[in-house]
Every structure is written in C-alpha cells, then in structure tokens.
Write a protein that binds this ligand. Structure first.
Ligand code: G3H
Ligand code: 13P
Ligand code: ZN
Length: 312
C-alpha cells in the first residue's frame, strides 16, 4: 500500500489501548531492520526522519529507502514523518517531498509564538493532506544540535493544552512528562518515573486526542554493558523503564518515539563483532548483525512495550 497518514493508526491505537512505534531512520540497515520486524509482527509503523538524518543521508535517499520498504512490505501501514521540524521551511520541504506527517517543534518558543508557527504549518500541511504533530512543554536532553538541561526542561501544563490544540488545529500533541532525549535520562541512584498524573490531566482535557511521547528509549543495560566491554565508555546511561511505557501505551499515548535504543543495539553489536573479528573489514559483515539487532530490538518493543502487534 502507499504511505499513509497517522490518522487511522492513531484512532485504532487510542481505541485499542496500544501505541504506534515511531523509529528514526538514517540508513538502509535501519529501515530494513525496523520494517522486517513490523512485517513479522503485523504492526503498523511510523518511520521518522530528523533534520540531522536529512543532513546525513539526504532527503531523496531516505524517501527512496522508505519507498523500497513499502514495496517489500506492502501489507504494513507505514507513515513517513518529519521528527522535530525546526521551522516552516523544513516542514514545507518534507510536505512537498512526499512525507505524510510532520512535526513542528515550537516547544522552545513562547506559548503565542509556538501557536503561530504551528498554525502556519498546519494550514499548509492540511491543504496537502498531511498531518501535524506539535509539542508543548520542554524535554531535557539532546535533539539535533539543541541541548536542554534538566533544569531548563518543564512539564506540559494541562491547563494550556485545550487552547493550544484548538488554536493550532494540530493532529497530535507531544507532551513533556519526564522523558528526555538520548541515553542519559535519569541520574544514577534516582528512581526513574514518568508523571502519569500530568498525563491523566491532559487526557481529561483532550478526550479522544492522540498524545505523543518523545525520548522514550529504555537504554537496555545489556547493550550499555556490551558497549563498555568492547571499548566504549558510557557510564550512567539510564532510560525509561519499559513497564512505564507499556502503561503509557494503554492511555491516550498513541505514538512512542524510540531512537537511542536502536543506536545502542547497533553500536554494541558492531563493537562486539569488530573486537571478536579484528581481521574483518567488510562493512557487510558487521552491518548484517547490526541490522539483525535493530530488528530484534523493534520486535521486542512492538510485542512487549507498544502492544502494536497483530493490528493490521
Ligand atoms: O530526538 C531526536 C532523535 O533521536 C533524532 O536524533 O537529531 O541525532 O537525528 P538526531
Ligand atoms: P530517545 O532518545 O529516547 O530514543 O528519543 C527519540 C525521540 O524522541 C525522537 O524524536
Ligand atoms: Zn524527540
């Protein structure tokens, strides 16, 4: 089937008490690993592309890789989404260039400026049959070249969400409830927990409306240990416990973004392979197990965290 928007996916996910995985794609092996896992588990999926991914791999290459996945996996609903669109121009380029969904990330702006920018993107996107994710509240961590410290992050204010959604016309809303980007989400020794009270307040204000969680990697400790064993150095890398994400997926959260876990799985696998085979130099030999690690990771997320298996 052709690329789809997220409208139908989110409606089913909301009603069914599960979430759609949104996985970042940067190269062929990642696209293949993710979509093969989705085909095996019969799961819809959102493939998302950041500004950094477009700078690294080039817009056309990424779109064509996703088109190849559509041909290989015709039974899987796939949406192609711009992750953290920084401005109107980038959103427009993706809307004009074949994406079915864009995020405009105005979360660092004032409430009024975020609304104005989001409204501008929504008007253009909706005229072209594309849906829009907006963000209210500020996550900690690193996304593209922007670093936000824990002190500068702030939870989404439930009292603002109705006005924001009605004035912007956005189709889904990313909120800040304690997740953050990257591999260092919580301080070692602290008890990582999401603010479900904030999420439930927001759900009450926006009945039936799809909520998005960014920064939702769990940073599996076996991969951190593998990276550290084979020459890496990632002390204190900690993610969101998967049982909390499973709980979020049962609520109004219809889209859960996972990128760092895929990066960790690939890097750990490549480090191990090269350490154990110091004579090998063919990239296919180490990218093959890395692609398998992506597939295994996505399979696990779909079945054990998102609950999106057997939903097509
Ligand atoms: O939130 C950001 C995603 O993990 C994408 O990361 O900007 O390094 O491509 P990136
Ligand atoms: P992680 O860094 O937790 O994987 O978050 C990814 C993300 O939110 C992409 O937008
Ligand atoms: Zn994000």
């Amino acid at each position: 089937m052709p690329l789809v928007t997220t409208t139908e996916m989110f409606k089913k996910a909301y009603d069914g008490g599960y979430a759609i995985g949104a996985f970042n794609v940067n190269n062929m092996e990642i696209v293949q690993g993710i979509t093969e896992a989705c085909r095996e588990t019969k799961s819809p999926v959102i493939l998302q592309v950041s500004k950094g991914a477009r700078a690294y791999a080039n817009h056309t290459y990424l779109v064509k890789l996703v088109e190849a996945a559509l041909l290989e996996c015709p039974e899987i609903p796939i949406a192609l989404h711009l992750d953290h669109g920084p401005d109107f121009e980038t959103c427009k380029a993706c809307i004009d260039g074949g994406f079915t969904s864009v995020m405009i990330d105005g979360s660092s702006k004032s409430f009024e400026d975020n609304i104005a920018l989001t409204r501008q993107v929504v008007d253009y996107a909706h005229d072209h049959g594309v849906v829009v994710e907006a963000e209210l509240g500020v996550l900690a961590g690193i996304e593209d070249d922007v670093r936000v410290s824990a002190e500068d992050s702030s939870y989404t204010k439930p009292e603002e969400v109705e006005e924001f959604v009605s004035r912007t016309g956005c189709d889904s809303l990313a909120i800040a409830i304690g997740t953050s980007h990257g591999a260092y989400k919580f301080k070692p020794g602290t008890d990582p927990h999401l603010r479900f009270d904030v999420l439930h307040e927001i759900e009450k204000k926006l009945p039936g409306f799809p909520i998005v969680l960014h920064g939702a990697s769990s940073v599996p400790q076996e991969f951190v240990a593998m990276i550290n064993k084979y020459g890496g150095n990632m002390p204190g890398a900690i993610g969101v416990p998967e049982d909390q994400l499973r709980e979020a997926a049962r609520s109004a959260v219809c889209k859960i973004n996972i990128d760092s876990d895929i990066r960790l799985a690939m890097t750990a696998t490549i480090r191990q392979f090269l350490a154990e085979h110091p004579d090998k130099f063919d990239p296919r030999e180490y990218l093959k197990p890395a692609r398998q690690a992506v597939k295994d990771m996505v399979h696990h997320k779909i079945v054990d965290v998102l609950g999106s298996d057997n939903r097509i």
